[in-house]
Design a protein around this ligand. Structure first.
Ligand code: ADP
Ligand code: MG
Length: 368
């Protein structure tokens, strides 16, 4: 296990596409981080930069205190001593499970008895001992992915890099492998960087979640912090399904641009600093910070009333979508709470919202 450090890393692809900007990231020995963000946000580019398949256009990469990339030096991927697993299990079809997993040790010229023992140990750990002599074609997708994982960790790499390694698997297998991955990396004390576009997975697995957007790190924090204090409206919307409202902030109050929405005075508003003059801002409202009540009136709706557009029951509660004057608001009703039906009219109470200054945001939520 080793520390990973990226300092001021930028990456521009040969066609001029910007892959990464201003990346400063360190991963402590034994730490498990997830990289999460929408498609095209730079997750794979960042992982491949650590792995050594991409050379940064600018900046430095250190692995275990050794400089592996900067303006002058370059250490190739085969000499970085990293384990890697990708979405599509790249296991060799003509080799048995045992031979697949033994391959990195053979390359390192590990003696036969030690090799046999190490392979047997890791196969035991991923639950594939009985399949050692089978070819990958005889295995399920989940088993093949465990072969790839075993091969990635058998030679005790400096760090484990996973790019959407679980994304192709179906539930409940995926959930099981997720738990196994976490336990395995903990037992081995492996430094791990796990790329996923699945925010639930990112939050569930990580010591720290690194959120990417437009090639930049927009937040780097423990899961609970990401949820409680999103760094900006993009993080709140992407990680928590928060609704985003444009408006202005003045004298401790939020005024939505849409005057058809009425937000009660008692909504708790978090704002980083007091403003003396009015500023443009965005507020985000997380699904758990909205309460719904049945609308009892029979006349025209007032400015607190929306219409339920969908109700999805889940194991941990119900996800409700409400249309409020053309905007969609996600609301979570916990198990046991009264749940409205589709088309019901409901009174919307916002308990809490976050205010973010608007200036740096483009309309895509990316940072200019
Ligand atoms: P993610 O893994 O988060 O989906 P990527 O790291 O693959 O995102 O891509 C980040 C950005 O770099 C995107 O804008 C993408 O179009 C661009 N990109 C990725 N690979 C290449 C490439 N080989 N050539 C040019 N641009 C690329
Ligand atoms: Mg990718």
């Amino acid at each position: 296990m080793a520390k990973l450090q990226l300092t001021d890393v930028h990456h521009v692809y040969p066609n001029g596409h910007r892959g990464l900007r201003d990346i400063n990231l360190s991963v402590e020995p034994g730490e498990f981080i997830t990289l999460v963000g929408p498609s095209g946000s730079g997750k794979t580019t960042l992982l491949r930069t650590i792995a050594g398949f991409l050379q940064p256009s600018h900046g430095m990469v250190d692995i275990g205190g050794t400089r592996v990339a900067d303006d002058k030096s370059w250490v190739g991927p085969e000499r970085r001593d990293l384990g890697m697993v990708f979405q599509e299990h790249a296991v060799w079809p003509h080799l048995t499970v045992f031979q697949n997993v033994a391959y990195p040790l053979q390359r390192k010229r590990v003696a036969k008895t030690a090799m046999t023992r190490q392979v047997a140990d890791v196969l035991e750990e991923v639950g594939l001992s009985e399949h050692a002599q089978q070819k990958p074609a005889a295995l399920s997708g989940g088993q093949r992915q465990r072969v790839a994982l075993a091969r990635a960790i058998v030679s005790k790499p400096q760090a484990l890099l996973l790019d959407e390694a679980l994304s192709a698997l179906d539930e409940p297998l995926r959930a099981r492998l997720r738990q196994q991955l976490r336990r395995l990396t903990q037992d081995e004390g492996l430094t791990t960087v796990h790329v996923t576009h699945d925010r639930t997975e990112a939050l569930a697995l990580a010591d720290r979640v690194v959120v990417l957007n437009g090639g930049r790190i927009v937040q780097d924090a423990p899961p609970a912090e990401i949820l409680a204090n999103p760094a900006n409206s993009f993080v709140a919307a992407f990680m928590s399904d928060a609704a985003v409202l444009q408006g202005s902030w003045a004298a401790g109050r939020f005024y939505p641009d849409n005057r058809n929405l009425h937000i009660a005075d008692d909504a708790v508003v978090s704002h980083p600093e007091e403003q003396t003059s009015a500023v443009r801002c965005r507020t985000t409202v997380a699904p758990e910070d909205i309460r719904l009540e049945t609308f009892r009136g029979n006349g025209p709706a007032d400015r607190t009333v929306g219409t339920v557009t969908s109700v999805l029951a889940g194991r941990f509660g119900t996800e409700i979508s409400v249309d409020w004057d053309g905007g969609t608001f996600a609301v979570y009703a916990p198990v046991g709470a009264l749940v409205p039906k589709t088309s019901d009219r409901v009174v919307i109470h916002i308990d809490r919202m976050h205010v973010f200054e608007d200036s740096a945001l483009t309309t895509h939520g990316a940072y200019a």
